[in-house]
Design a protein around this ligand. Structure first.
Ligand code: HEM
Length: 268
């Protein structure tokens, strides 16, 4: 007698969900209905394979302290300024030539001839000041709210490195138009670095790419501005946001922990 072996159970996540009964026209689901659900279908398809929705839910629907206010948006505003600099910078790099003989001319070409060139260059130039102002305001917010204290010291240290890297971006970007002002201002900046104790002379030699200011200096500044520092900033922002998600944000100082622990958190 043949023994009937039951089929092994199909794991829940692998089982294909039963499609809901669709209203059909001539045996087919109407095109409008298909279009309506295409987005949901794609999101579901990706989620089933990556479980990304769990991560996103944890990241976006975090508990935040009661009293969270507009000052808490300064970090995200800094992030937006950085992203805007990255996008406009890539567009500028498509037309800019980092050579001592062609840099000035290529920057002039962007402003005068390229479609929307002046606009994108302006966005990048003014955006750099906006980013510096926002990063300072964000730093002041975290300082005055005491967010640098345990357990967020590491996030504060990452922040300090981010400020320094933002300054390096400002310094290296300033030279790139290679006009009289940027040329002489950068010579002054390299000389000021040279006056620092012990490391000063090495630092100014490194910045110039040798004893003299010239074509190598421009290539060096371009490589630092375009590749090295943006990658470092992006990686550090990733670590910074990971820690924000992991540790949560600090309650405003006027809500004391010892008053009422329950009052300090609410879900948004
Ligand atoms: C590119 C630069 C930066 C970006 C994109 C960024 C982004 C953010 C974001 C989105 C948050 C969470 C929301 C908020 O509190 O605003 C945050 C929190 C924080 N950031 Fe930054 N940040 C940057 C630079 C800095 C700097 C320069 C510091 C300080 C030196 C810093 C220290 C902190 C601290 C301590 C927190 C936790 C705040 C809390 O617990 O309430 N960040 N950052």
């Amino acid at each position: 007698m043949a023994i009937k072996i039951p089929k092994p159970p199909v794991p829940g996540v692998r089982r294909k969900p039963k499609p809901p009964s669709e209203p059909r026209e001539n045996g087919r689901v109407p095109l409008t209905k298909q279009a309506e659900e295409a987005g949901v279908g794609i999101v579901g398809w990706v989620d089933e394979r990556t479980a990304a929705s769990g991560f996103l839910r944890g990241f976006l629907f975090r508990k935040v302290p009661k009293g969270t206010n507009w000052y808490y948006t300064l970090g995200s505003a800094t992030l937006f300024a950085f992203l805007s600099q990255a996008v406009t910078g890539v567009v500028l790099a498509m037309y800019y030539t980092p050579s001592a003989t062609q840099a000035y001319e290529s920057a002039r070409h962007i402003t005068n001839d390229v479609f929307l060139g002046e606009f994108v260059r302006g966005m990048h130039k003014w955006g750099s000041s906006v980013m510096v102002i926002l990063i300072f305001l964000h730093m002041a917010r975290t300082f005055f709210f005491g967010a640098y204290k345990y357990p967020r010291e590491l996030n504060w240290i990452i922040g300090v490195v981010l400020v320094i890297l933002t300054f390096v971006m400002s310094l290296t970007g300033y030279l790139l138009p290679f006009d009289q002002r940027s040329y002489w201002a950068t010579i002054v900046a390299a000389n000021i670095n040279g006056t620092g104790p012990l490391v000063g002379p090495f630092l100014s030699d490194f910045l110039r790419g040798g004893a003299d200011f010239g074509a190598t200096t421009l290539s060096r500044f371009y490589a630092i501005h375009m590749m090295l520092v943006p990658v470092l900033i992006a990686a550090l922002i990733g670590a910074h946001l990971y820690l924000v998600a992991k540790l949560g944000t600090t309650a405003p100082p006027w809500l004391r922990a010892d008053k009422d622990e329950k009052l300090r958190e609410e879900r948004v």
